[in-house]
Design a protein around this ligand. Structure first.
Ligand SMILES: C[S@@+](CC[C@H](N)C(=O)[O-])C[C@H]1O[C@@H](n2cnc3c(N)ncnc32)[C@H](O)[C@@H]1O
Length: 353
């Protein structure tokens, strides 16, 4: 019991530390931007104290669910502490060094400032942008090296807790496939990025075969390095477009997809949903996690608005108003459920048996 309390305390302290570090970083970087590049600062709305209190409450609720689900055995508690801390620490100065180029892009509204050697015809047009004003978009090793730290800062250290919310609905959904053992199943993580969700899945679904797909070769390289340095089953990484995936019809039992949909235009969102439906085995489960939406979290609309104005997120406004439930049902999915956790909304949808 004492050991358990100590672990819980360590987890809470870690989350608080990450939250404070994220806030301190954002405060200081905004001050620097006000001083060195005031023209790069967008007009954002003031967020009322009540909203900040609600945000804090919802963050604590996320922390509680994250701990409770570990305690229930949905994933090992070690998962709550799993991050390449030393690597992140070593890279953190790069985040500061990268800032002036981000300000310049923001100020000059440069949204297609990509590496010269990118073969543009290999990617959909919507992808060839500097999402979040990120240096090189998703298309360089440098961008892949900074991504995880930038996301941690953006979400005040809650990014991994938000990603972990897919595990419970995935586990629940896979129970539909009664005739199959885990060792006969495949889970695919769509738009896997640097592999953090895959690592979480690996520790939660020990004998399931895991695959990840992403359009960015650089991010996949990073994922491969990260995953290879950790214990667990081998994970297969594939470079490809989620709108048209190189998998057979009915060949996958579970699909996860985290933080992709807000970066897709509506048509691509529909294509990805249809493609997931095609490759899932009947009875299989799709779990999506992305930003909360305007209709079910109206109190946080000012926060969503500020996010869109501050970062280059060209499809976010359309996403927050999009009816994803309807799109899932139109594709043929049933048993569509959605639940919000802090800034994340998680959908689960089953392909009928
Ligand atoms: C915001 S990141 C999310 C990455 C990861 N899921 C995570 O939790 O950090 C979006 C990812 O989607 C990928 N992506 C964007 N459009 C894609 C598409 N059409 N097909 C495959 N991957 C795509 C990007 O390369 C990037 O890695």
């Amino acid at each position: 019991m004492a050991e358990q309390n100590l672990t819980k305390l360590a987890y809470q302290t870690l989350q608080q530390g990450k939250s404070l570090a994220g806030l301190a970083h954002k405060g200081l970087s905004t001050k620097l931007m006000e001083f060195f590049a005031p023209e790069a600062i967008p007009q954002i709305s003031k967020v009322d104290r009540e909203i900040l209190i609600e945000l804090r409450k919802s963050m604590s609720a996320l922390e509680k669910v994250d701990w409770d689900e570990a305690e229930k055995g949905l994933y090992p508690k070690s998962q709550l502490f799993d991050a390449p801390w030393l690597e992140w620490l070593a890279r953190y100065p790069l985040v500061w060094l990268d800032m002036p180029s981000t300000w310049t892009r923001r100020r000059k509204r440069q949204i297609r400032d990509l590496p010269k050697d990118v073969k543009e015809d290999s990617y959909p047009d919507y992808y060839l942008q500097n999402f979040h004003h990120q240096t090189d978009g998703y298309l360089s090793d440098y961008s892949a090296e900074l991504y995880d730290i930038q996301v941690e800062i953006l979400f005040n250290g809650t990014a991994d807790s938000m990603r972990r919310r897919i595990i419970s609905p995935l586990k629940e959904g896979l129970k539909n496939l009664k005739h199959k053992k885990y060792s006969e199943m495949k889970i695919l993580d769509v738009a896997t990025g640097t592999g953090r969700t895959l690592q979480q899945l690996r520790s939660a679904f020990e004998s399931v075969e895991l695959l990840g797909i992403d359009l960015s070769g650089a991010y996949l390289k990073r994922a491969s390095k990260y995953l290879n340095n950790r214990e667990g089953e081998m994970v297969q990484l594939i470079k490809g477009n989620a709108e048209k995936m190189p998998f057979e019809i009915n060949s996958i039992q579970g699909i996860s997809c985290v933080f992709l949909f807000h970066e897709l235009p509506k048509k691509a969102r529909i294509n990805v949903i249809n493609e997931c439906y095609r490759i899932l085995e009947p009875g299989g489960i799709l779990v999506l996690a992305d930003s909360i939406q305007a209709s079910d979290s109206p109190e946080f609309i000012p926060v969503m608005e500020n996010f869109r104005k501050f970062f280059h997120e060209p499809y976010y406004l359309d996403y927050v108003k999009d009816n994803i439930n309807e799109k899932l049902e139109n594709a043929g999915f049933t048993n569509v459920k959605a639940r919000s956790h802090f800034m994340t909304k998680v959908w689960s949808a089953q392909k009928p048996l």
